[in-house]
Write a protein that binds this ligand. Sequence first.
Ligand SMILES: [Zn+2]
Ligand SMILES: [Zn+2]
Length: 180
Amino acid sequence: MSETEPSGEEPKREPIPEILHSFYEDRAFVSCTRCGESLADFDEGYRISKNFKRGEVIIEYALCLPCLDAMMDEASEESKRRLNEFQTERYREGVSGFGECALCVRTIGEARNDEYGFVGVCHGKDMVDSAMICIECMEDMAEIMSAETRQTWDRFREENFPGVPGDFKPMPTKPQPVNS
Ligand SMILES: [Zn+2]
Ligand SMILES: [Zn+2]
């Protein structure tokens, strides 16, 4: 099934697939959900996150890296450390795309209630990496975050998505190199 990957570390660029376009705006994301700046202007790129349940879009957003960092910075040291450990431990090397969970052995068809999140790492109009995280892994991740860290994400949700129910999970990310 899987194509043979070219060897080497060259990231694969592809146009952002329609599944990661904004469902509400009916086009590709153009601005950061948090700061409103144009996504194309960020050289470091941006992340698109979309959560689905039984085929419906529950929540969707695009965050520029400075905003993503700012959200992560608000997390307590304890949460950051635990989240990092969790991701390092669970992250499946070489798994990308939307078919399999990046953090456990479930395929997209095995996600409970058809609930999962898609993440796209994007630059300009291209996607350079992608991941699927099943609901159970999102729950595991939310559980290890402190109440205070969850509040940061709750506030973000309330400010940007007033109609969305409170079970929104923080955005799954891939392990980041630890800044020291
Ligand atoms: Zn931003
Ligand atoms: Zn999973």
